[in-house]
Each structure stands twice: as C-alpha cells, then as structure tokens.
Design a binder for this molecule. Structure first.
Ligand code: NCD
Length: 341
C-alpha cells in the first residue's frame, strides 16, 4: 500500500492486515494507553467538502499516534481559490507533510492529487466516488459486532438503503464485501437513486449475491446488518432537487426493525443523519436501542484510521512495545445512552 484511494487497490490480505492492526490500536483509541510511534510526523488534513467525523477522526487518529496535524477546510482559505492546480497543491503539501488526507467534491480528484507525490495520500471522499477508510471502519464494525453476537461473516446478509447512487460509502463498502463472498447484499433505493449498474455487475461477478428490491415493505428477518444512508441532495442536479421528498416508506425506524427484521439485526449509518423530520433519514426513535450501532461505528473510526496511518507509514510493528498507561481521567463510557453488553 502506498496510497489509499479506492478499495480497488486492496486485497483481502491487505484488509485482514488492517483489521488486525486496528485491533492492536484499541487500547490507545479507548484512551487506556498512549503511544508516540509517529512523534515528529506531520499530517496534512485537506477538506474541500463538509465533514465533521472524518476530518476530526483522521486528525485524532494521527494525534493519538504521536504525530501533529495541519488542517485546511474549504476552498475559500486555500490557494485553490486562486486557481492552483491539484498537481501544484499536492507537490507543495508533500514538501511539508508525511501523509495527506484529502476530501474533494470531484470524483477522481484525490487520485489525480496522489499522482503528483510519493507521500501517502488517503482518499477521504471524492465526490460520489469512493470513501475507502469509511468502508474499512464499517467492515471492522460488522466484524466486531458479529464476534460479540457469535456470528460469522460467511453468508452474512447486509441490507443497504438510502441514496445508493451518490453515496460514496456504499460504493466502497459493496466492493469491500465482494472480497469476502459468499455474502448476500440486498439493495433498496428510492427511484432514481439506485446503485450504479456497473458496480452491481462487478460485485456479482466476484460472487456477491446481490438482490435489488423496490421498497422496505416485506420480510427482512434474515438480514444481519441494516446499513442506511443519507440522501446526498448536495449532489442532485437542479432538475432532481425540484420537488424531491423522500417518502417515509424508505425510513428505517423502530416499527420497521421490530416488525420486519430480527432482534439481532444491527443498524449502521455512515452519518451524518439528517434529523430534520421531513428528511425521513434513520429515525431518532431508535436512539438508545442496543441494535443501533452508529456510535460504536463512529468510535471504530479511530482504531481503523490509526491502522491505516501506521500501515502506510510502516510503524505498525512498533505499536505494542511503545504503549504507556494514560495518566488522565477517562470516563467508563463516553455516551449517556451507550449500550452495555
Ligand atoms: C459520509 C460522506 O461524507 O460520504 N459521511 C462520512 O464520511 N461518514 C456520508 C454522508 O455525507 O452522507
């Protein structure tokens, strides 16, 4: 691995390695241990699109490895606003930083940026393209939840709903799951927001059992994971935006989970969820329900992103011998509604 731009560049062995390294990061991510393996290293964290968790968790992950971080957010305060090319920006940043994380609204832009440097570049989302680190943390979450439940990945059934056309997280996740076939994936999207056909064809060829259904009506009792996503309205054409309202028939809520799924089905979402009532995104009536894994999923962003940095910068073998105890106060759990298993 020299950059992390797409799931396309990862083999199953690479992913298994990252999952193992992420597990060794847990004591640091959970604030029980401190490590300084990246002391002296600098991360360039470049976000040209809105972000909270991806930007902050990359920043936190690098900091918890002992490195420091330079951030830029938005075009307004960067030289791209003066017409600087991706090539020039990349070469300049590579002279300052040991790793670069970048989010940009154009598909393919992060790969173009990475083409100008040998410094490792991580794609934190390129428009509707991909978001590989999110897929890795989603997969880590599925694996961890399954271990707790005594389930195996083999033959698991994942339901993906919401905006499957513009949602880059599901594009990366379906590619990743295809590497672990046999698995089943059911896709349910509102009209016009279906998963691109080229992706369905490709993962089906790899042995993933893909079923497309038109709605959430019907039986989903053999589904292990409901993975729901926000409608990416910011990527709509003017024509699409006009009069678009997501019907509540596509909402994952408590009644859907209770009547159509089974008690061990977990609920995931890359977040943010649009909590305005008219958005009909993942319903807040599931808050506090132990099946809701969304904050366990965001927490998992830290060990997984630490594993990505440690692997790209080749320090993963140093972690275990570099651990020290945390001296400061850390609460037993971070959220007031966190499930106790
Ligand atoms: C997503 C993204 O930006 O692709 N969020 C994330 O990174 N966790 C999903 C979204 O914006 O809906």
């Amino acid at each position: 691995m020299s950059h992390l731009l797409s799931i396309d560049s990862l083999s199953r062995d690479d992913i298994d390695h990252l999952m193992r390294v992420a597990a060794t990061m847990e004591p640091v991510a959970q604030r029980r241990k401190v490590t300084r393996v990246l002391e002296g290293a600098v991360l360039g964290n470049l976000f040209f699109e809105a972000s909270t968790r991806t930007r902050v968790s990359f920043h936190t992950a690098f900091s918890r490895l002992g490195g420091s971080v330079c951030d830029t957010t938005g075009f307004t305060f960067s030289s791209m606003a003066k017409g600087e090319s991706l090539y020039d920006t990349s070469r300049v940043m590579a002279g300052y930083c040991d790793a670069i994380v970048m989010r940009h609204p154009d598909q393919g832009s992060v790969a173009e940026f990475a083409g100008a440097t040998h410094v490792p570049v991580i794609n934190a989302g390129d428009g509707p393209g991909e978001h590989p680190s999110q897929a890795l943390l989603d997969f880590y979450t599925i694996d961890k939840e399954f271990s707790r439940q005594g389930k195996t990945l083999k033959g698991a059934h994942v339901l993906m709903t919401g905006d499957l056309k513009y949602g880059r997280t599901v594009h990366s996740l379906i590619k990743l799951l295809a590497l672990y076939a046999p698995m089943r994936v059911t896709l349910v999207a509102p009209p016009g927001l279906e998963m691109p056909n080229h992706l369905i064809e490709r993962v089906s060829r790899q042995g993933l059992d893909v079923e497309v259904r038109e709605s959430l009506a019907g039986d989903f009792s053999d589904v292990d994971v409901v993975y729901t996503t926000r409608i990416q309205k910011e990527r709509f054409t003017a024509e699409m935006s006009e009069g678009f309202n997501l019907s509540r028939d596509f909402t994952v809520h408590r009644a859907f989970m209770d009547s159509r799924c089974n008690p061990s089905t977990i609920i995931m979402h890359p977040l943010p969820r649009d909590s305005r009532p008219e958005a009909n995104d993942l319903d807040v009536d599931l808050n506090g329900d132990p099946r809701l894994a969304i904050f366990r999923q965001t927490d998992n962003g830290i060990p997984v992103r630490m594993a990505i940095f440690a692997t790209l910068l080749k320090v993963e073998h140093l972690i275990e011998r570099d651990l020290r105890d945390v001296p400061w106060f850390v609460p037993g759990s971070v959220g007031v509604d966190d499930a106790k298993f």
